[in-house]
Design a protein. Structure first.
Length: 471
C-alpha cells in the first residue's frame, strides 16, 4: 500500500480481503478479491477506478456510512461479481449505503450474482440506500436474487440508462426480484430497460405518499404475474415509456397483470406512453385520479381497468380522466370497471377525444363512464403496428404531409411522405397544448403517443377544423 494523491491506494492485488474497515480515503484499482464484509466509515471515501473487478466471496457485502464513488467508463467498466464469476459458487451479498455523505454514484458498472436478500437488514436490493443521495448511470444488473436497487427512507435516486435483467440465472423461474423498489423517497428513472420477469415481481415498484417520482423514456418488457410499473400512493409523472407483454399468463393472475398499475392516492400524470399486448394496459385501483393523455394502446386485452381496492369494496373510489388517446386492436374491452367484465365497481372514468377500436366492447350507456362527444372509430393508420420489440413497432401516424421515420436516412431518422393520412392527426382536445408539434400542425394536438412532441405527424390542414365520426 502507498499514498497517492492523498488517497490510500490499493492496486493490482488479488489477495482476499476479510472484514475490512476503511477509515481514510481509499482507491481501488485492478483486481480486488474481497473475502468478507467491507465497512466504509463516516468521513472516508472509497473510490473505485475504471476497469476494476471486485470479486466478492459468498455473502460478502460492502456497507457504506461515508461515501462511495465508482466511476467506470464505456470501454473500461467496473465489475462487481462473485469469486470465480461464471465458474463460481453462490452469490455475494449487497452494497448498502446508510446516511452516506455527498453524492454516491455508480457509472458504467456491471453487477453480477448479487444477493439482495442477504438478511443483514430490511434492505432487499443488490444496491440498497437509506437516507442517501444516489446516482446510477449506464449500469447493468444480472443473475441477481432480490431487487436490483432498493431506495428507502427519504433517499434521492437517479437511475439513468440502466439495464435490469431477468434475475436468477437469467432463465425465467430461477430467482430474481424487482428492478427498482422505492419507499418514501424521490426517484428519477430515465431511459432504463426492465427485462421480462417471472413471478410476483414488478419491473419497478415505487411507493410513498408525498414523495415524487419521475419515470420517463423507459422500456418494460413483460411479466407472467405482475406489473411493469407499480405506483403505490406516490405522486408521479410517467411519460414516453413503452410497456410490452404484461399478459398475466400464470394461472390466477390473468386479471391482475398490467403494464402500469396505480394504487391508493397520489397525483399522477401519464402521457405519451405506449402499451402493447398487455392484459390491461393501465390498472387504476383504489382512490387514484390519474390524468392519462396522449397514450397509445395496441392489441391489449383491455386498455384501461378501474376499480376499488379489493380490501375495501365500495370505498376508495377512483376517477381516471382519459384524453387524446388511441385504443386500437383491443381484443376485449376498452374500459373495464371491476376485476373482470362481470364484477361491479363504483369507480368512474371520464373519456373524450379518443379513437377506440371498432371491434372492442364499448361503454356507451354505462353511467359510470362519462364519455364525451368526440370519441370515434377509425383505423389510426400506424406506421408499423407490431406486437414484438424485435419487429420494430412504430406507432407514428401516417401522414401525407410528413411522418417521422426513425429508421430512414440510414437510421439517422427523417421525414417521409405517406399515401394515406391518419384520422388521428389534428383530432385532439382543442384545449390541449400543441406547441411542440412541428409545422404544419393545424394548431391542434394529434392523438396518440406522439401528440405535442417534435415527432408528431404533420397536418394537411391549415386550421384545426374537421368533421367528427361519432359512435
Amino acid at each position: 500500500m502507498r499514498t497517492l494523491f492523498g488517497l490510500l491506494f490499493i492496486g493490482l492485488t488479488a489477495t482476499p480481503l476479510f472484514a475490512l474497515e476503511i477509515t481514510t480515503n481509499t482507491l481501488w484499482t485492478g483486481p480486488q478479491a474481497i473475502g468478507g464484509d467491507v465497512f466504509v466509515r463516516r468521513g472516508a471515501t472509497l473510490r473505485i477506478g475504471a476497469g476494476t473487478t471486485v470479486s466478492l466471496a459468498p455473502d460478502a457485502s460492502i456497507f457504506v456510512f461515508g461515501r462511495l464513488v465508482a466511476d467506470g467508463s464505456a470501454s473500461a467498466p467496473i465489475h462487481f461479481t462473485r469469486t470465480g464469476h461464471r465458474n463460481g459458487i453462490g452469490r455475494w451479498g449487497k452494497i448498502e449505503l446508510t446516511s452516506a455523505t455527498g453524492e454516491n454514484r455508480f457509472r458504467h458498472c456491471e453487477f453480477d450474482y448479487g444477493n439482495g436478500l442477504r438478511p443483514t437488514t430490511s434492505a432487499l436490493g443488490v444496491v440498497s440506500v437509506h437516507n442517501t443521495r444516489l446516482l446510477v448511470e449506464d449500469c447493468a444488473f444480472r443473475y441477481f436474487i432480490g431487487d436490483c436497487v432498493y431506495v428507502a427512507e427519504g433517499s434521492t435516486a437517479t437511475l439513468r440508462r440502466c439495464y435490469f435483467g431477468t434475475g436468477g440465472d437469467e432463465i425465467p423461474g430461477t430467482g430474481g426480484g424487482q428492478g427498482v423498489t422505492s419507499y418514501y423517497s424521490w426517484v428519477n428513472l430515465d431511459s432504463c430497460v426492465f427485462a421480462f420477469r417471472k413471478g410476483r415481481f414488478d419491473g419497478a415498484d415505487l411507493e410513498g405518499q408525498g414523495f415524487k417520482v419521475w419515470v420517463h423514456d423507459c422500456l418494460f418488457l413483460g411479466s407472467d404475474m405482475d406489473d411493469g410499473l407499480d405506483l403505490d400512493n406516490s405522486d408521479a409523472i410517467v411519460e414516453r415509456c413503452w410497456f410490452f407483454d404484461y399478459l398475466g399468463s400464470a394461472p390466477g393472475w390473468e386479471n391482475r397483470c398490467g403494464g402500469l398499475t396505480m394504487n391508493a392516492g397520489g397525483t399522477r400524470l401519464i402521457r405519451n406512453c405506449v402499451f402493447v399486448n398487455c392484459r390491461q394496459g393501465i390498472i387504476s385501483k383504489g382512490e387514484t385520479r390519474p390524468f392519462i393523455a396522449n397514450c397509445t394502446f395496441y392489441r391489449c386485452v383491455n386498455d384501461l381497468a378501474a376499480y376499488e381496492a379489493m380490501e375495501l369494496p365500495g370505498m376508495q373510489v377512483g376517477h381516471p380522466v382519459v384524453r387524446n388517446c388511441i385504443m386500437w386492436g383491443t381484443t376485449s374491452q376498452t374500459l373495464v370497471l371491476g376485476w373482470d367484465s362481470g364484477s361491479g365497481s363504483s369507480s368512474t372514468v371520464d373519456i373524450d377525444y379518443c379513437i377506440v377500436d371498432s371491434t372492442a366492447t364499448l361503454f356507451a350507456g354505462d353511467p359510470r363512464v362519462r364519455a364525451g362527444r368526440h370519441i370515434f372509430r377509425a383505423d389510426p393508420l400506424f406506421a408499423n403496428p407490431a406486437t414484438t420489440i424485435t419487429a420494430n413497432p412504430d406507432f407514428h401516424l401516417r401522414s401525407r404531409a410528413g411522418r417521422w421515420d426513425r429508421r430512414a436516412a440510414g437510421g439517422q431518422g427523417a421525414w417521409v411522405i405517406d399515401f394515406v393520412h391518419s384520422p388521428g392527426i389534428d383530432a385532439g382536445d382543442p384545449a390541449s397544448v400543441w406547441s411542440f408539434e412541428p409545422p404544419p400542425n393545424g394548431n391542434r394536438i394529434n392523438l396518440g403517443a406522439y401528440g405535442n412532441t417534435p415527432e408528431a405527424s404533420k397536418s394537411i390542414y391549415s386550421t384545426s377544423s374537421r368533421r367528427w365520426m361519432l359512435y
